[in-house]
Ligand binder design. Structure first.
Ligand code: CTP
Length: 400
């Protein structure tokens, strides 16, 4: 996503500055071109040489060469902020200290980073990072809120252990999270104003108090759909069975265990939705009776009687009210034929077909091979990441 994007990374003087080496590396790996500007105090926390090697560019710190103001470099530096303010697609300041935030809000340009911010024509992102009391201080809060009004994009600090030993908000998000935020800045918000419900993961159906029936679903596909929809501006609710995945910032996550709990949560949250994507691998069967306590070996029969669970997708298709409905089909034989039948029977607008036996597809992987089928067309897509696949599924809704 960042291929060819030009990004200025500004670093102000906080202990978290050392983590920006990883951010620069991640940006470069994602295909971005990176130029780094540091404030003179940032240099005390992390080496400009390291950042220069990682960014593959000279790091700019001072406006003029103090020792020799007539030197050619100083002339270049004297206009660097103007030329690069035009060059950049995005400006990210991390860590953004209370001092830097206050000075940006006041229009002060007494270091080179501040001059470059004022000259930038591109969007500017700030990652406020400081001690808890400085962050909570009304002046800092007023500065952040003013800057938001001016269109600055803020990635809030996280709660955690701070350099002072205090525990609270003010900690810089990890470089991976900043990268995700940066990625999000380049995404077209074509789903703004849309309410999307996504289900993900497996469901578990108890046999007794310690055993259950389930499947291998990791939830990754559904989580990527929720992430992509949120990035594209939608209001997203994600109902998930038990998975080993972190929540997604800005997504309302509801955790459930059984298919009955998922059904209840879906019914509760479907009202007002524009799109429902049922990517959960809902158990098709459940034990007819759930034993109290743990079934003892000697008491157990050789079989567990099963009954069908309610088909959530079918219910949503039958009672469609103002939303588009996307389902998934996991097929190993007569795939297109079976998927087309499900599309019709369940009154879907789109069915996403996947074959778990294809290399790179199915449960647990980060990639998938999917075919999108609607009433009019069948599009077989090549192997791609689940994030890319999620975007292609959402494109089918937005008409991109
Ligand atoms: N699904 C559902 N409720 C169930 C079972 C499945 O909502 N109790 C949804 C899944 O979320 C998925 C779709 O139905 O979107 C397809 O599930 P799949 O198991 O492939 O198909 P089934 O219709 O259950 O039929 P079969 O297992 O016989 O292929």
């Amino acid at each position: 996503m960042l291929k060819g994007k030009k990004i200025i990374v500004g670093i102000s003087g906080g202990i978290a500055a050392y983590k920006i080496c990883s951010l620069v590396r991640l940006l470069i790996r994602s295909g971005a071109e990176v130029k780094v500007i540091m404030t003179p105090s940032a240099v005390k926390f992390v080496s400009p040489l390291t950042l220069s090697v990682l960014s593959k560019n000279e790091v700019v710190i001072n406006m003029f060469d103090e020792a020799d103001p007539a030197k050619a470099e100083s002339v270049k530096a004297g206009t660097w902020h103007i030329t690069n303010g035009l060059w950049a697609d995005l400006f990210v300041i991390a860590p953004a200290t209370a001092n830097t935030i206050a000075k940006i809000n006041a229009g002060i340009t007494d270091n080179f980073l501040l001059s470059a911010v004022l000259a930038a024509r591109c969007p500017v992102c700030l990652v406020p990072t400081m001690d808890e009391d400085m962050y909570r201080n009304k002046i800092t809060q007023r500065n952040i809120s003013d800057l938001k009004k001016y269109g600055y994009r803020i990635l809030d600090p996280v709660v955690g252990e701070l350099a002072s030993g205090l525990y609270g908000p003010g900690k810089m998000p990890e470089p991976e999270d900043i990268l995700e935020f940066v990625n999000g800045q380049f995404v077209e918000k074509d789903l703004k104003g849309k309410k999307i419900l996504v289900t993900a993961g497996p469901t578990v159906q108890p046999i007794d108090s310690v055993r259950y029936l389930s499947n291998y679903s990791s939830g990754k596909m559904g989580f990527e759909i929720a992430r992509a929809a949120q990035e594209r501006g939608a209001e997203v609710t994600l109902i998930t069975g038990p998975v080993n995945l972190n929540g997604i910032k800005g997504v309302n996550r509801i955790d459930v265990n059984t298919s009955e709990e998922m059904f209840e949560a879906v019914k509760k949250n479907v009202k007002g939705c524009n799109l429902v994507v049922m990517s959960a691998a809902v158990s098709d069967f459940k034990p007819k009776k759930v034993a109290k306590g743990k079934i003892k070996k000697e008491n157990a029969g050789l079989s567990i009687e099963l009954e069908k669970t309610d088909d959530i997708l079918k219910h949503l298709g039958k009672n469609k009210r103002g939303y588009k409905l996307f389902g998934f089909a996991l097929e190993t034989d007569n795939q297109i034929e079976n998927a087309k039948r499900k599309l019709k029977e369940k009154n879907l607008d789109l069915i996403v077909l996947n074959d778990p036996n294809v290399k790179g597809a199915g449960f647990g992987t980060d990639t998938n091979v999917i075919t999108l089928i609607d009433k009019r067309s069948v599009s077989e897509l090549p192997l791609m990441t689940k994030y890319e696949a999620a975007n292609r599924i959402l494109d089918a809704y937005s008409g991109k």
